[in-house]
Design a protein around this ligand. Structure first.
Ligand SMILES: Nc1ncnc2c1ncn2[C@@H]1O[C@H](COP(=O)(O)OP(=O)(O)OP(=O)(O)O)[C@@H](O)[C@H]1O
Length: 220
C-alpha cells in the first residue's frame, strides 16, 4: 500500500535530512514512528501525507507512483489519508460536532446525510455529551479525541498521527493510543503514529519505525 524506495529529502539547498528510506507498509498494519528530536519524523509524515515530494527516490501510495500524479489526482489520493497533530488544530469558532463534520461538508455532503455518522462517531470516542461545546471548553484529552474523530470521519485508509499524545497527561496517553488501536482493529485502518514516549512504546507491541539522523530501521 505504501512503498518507499531509496527516498531522500532535503529542504532547499540544505543537507539531506532523510536518506535512503526503503520500506513497505502493508494495509491494516499499525506502526509506531520514533526517534530523537530532529531525526525527521515530521518530515517523513509530511511525505506520507503527500504534502512534500521526495527530492530523490520513489514513493508509491495505493499502487501509484506519486511523482506521476497530477495536482488533482494528488488531492483525490490525499482524501484517503487522515492526520492528527499534537496541537489538535481544531477550529475555535466551530462546535465539537461542527469540527468533526467539517471534512464531510467539504466533500459536499448535506447535514441530513452525515448527522448520524458524526453523532455516532462522537459517541464512540466518548464525546457524546460534549458535541455542542466549543474546543476552548474541552480538556486536552477531549480535544484530541475530537481531532481523531475529525481525522477519521471520512474513513481514510491511512491515519497518520504526529505526537498525538504530546499535549495530554501521561495517563491519558495510553487511552488515546487504545483509540487508535481500536480504529486499526475494527476498521482495518493503516496507522502510523509518531511518538517519543517510551512508556507507550513499551506498553503496545506494535512494530517500530526508528529514525536516527534521517536513516530508518524497522523493528518488527
Ligand atoms: N521547513 C523546513 N525547512 C528547513 N529545514 C527543516 C524544515 N522542517 C524541518 N527541517 C529540519 O529537518 C530536520 C528534521 O526535522 P523534523 O521536524 O522532521 O524532525 P522530528 O523528528 O519531527 O523532530 P521533533 O521530534 O523535534 O519534532 C531538522 O534538522 C529540522 O531543522
Amino acid at each position: 500500500m505504501i512503498e518507499f524506495s531509496d527516498v531522500g529529502l532535503r529542504y532547499g539547498n540544505g543537507p539531506e535530512i532523510l536518506r535512503d528510506l526503503t520500506f513497505a507498509i502493508e494495509p491494516g498494519t499499525f506502526h509506531f514512528l520514533t526517534g530523537p528530536s530532529g531525526a525527521g519524523k515530521t518530515s517523513l509524515l509530511r511525505l506520507l501525507l503527500l504534502s512534500l515530494k521526495p527530492t530523490r527516490g520513489r514513493v508509491t501510495m495505493f499502487g501509484e507512483d506519486v511523482a506521476d500524479l497530477s495536482q488533482d489526482a494528488l488531492l483525490q489520493m490525499r482524501r484517503h489519508i487522515g492526520i492528527v497533530f499534537q496541537e489538535f488544530r481544531l477550529l475555535d469558532h466551530l462546535t465539537t460536532y461542527e469540527n468533526v463534520a467539517l471534512p464531510l461538508r467539504v466533500l459536499g455532503q448535506a447535514e441530513g446525510e452525515y448527522r448520524n455518522n458524526v453523532t455516532e462517531l462522537l459517541e464512540w470516542v466518548g464525546l457524546g455529551e460534549r458535541m455542542d461545546a466549543f474546543p476552548s471548553l474541552l480538556s486536552g484529552g477531549e480535544k484530541q479525541r475530537a481531532a481523531i474523530a475529525r481525522a477519521v470521519i471520512a474513513r481514510p485508509k491511512v491515519l497518520l498521527a504526529d505526537e498525538p499524545t504530546g499535549n495530554v497527561d501521561p495517563d491519558l496517553s495510553s487511552r488515546l493510543v487504545h483509540l487508535f488501536a481500536e480504529l486499526n482493529r475494527t476498521l482495518g485502518m493503516t496507522i502510523i503514529l509518531a511518538t517519543h514516549e517510551l512508556p507507550l512504546l513499551e506498553r503496545f507491541s506494535y512494530p517500530r519505525m526508528v529514525l536516527t539522523k534521517g536513516e530508518l530501521e524497522i523493528h518488527e
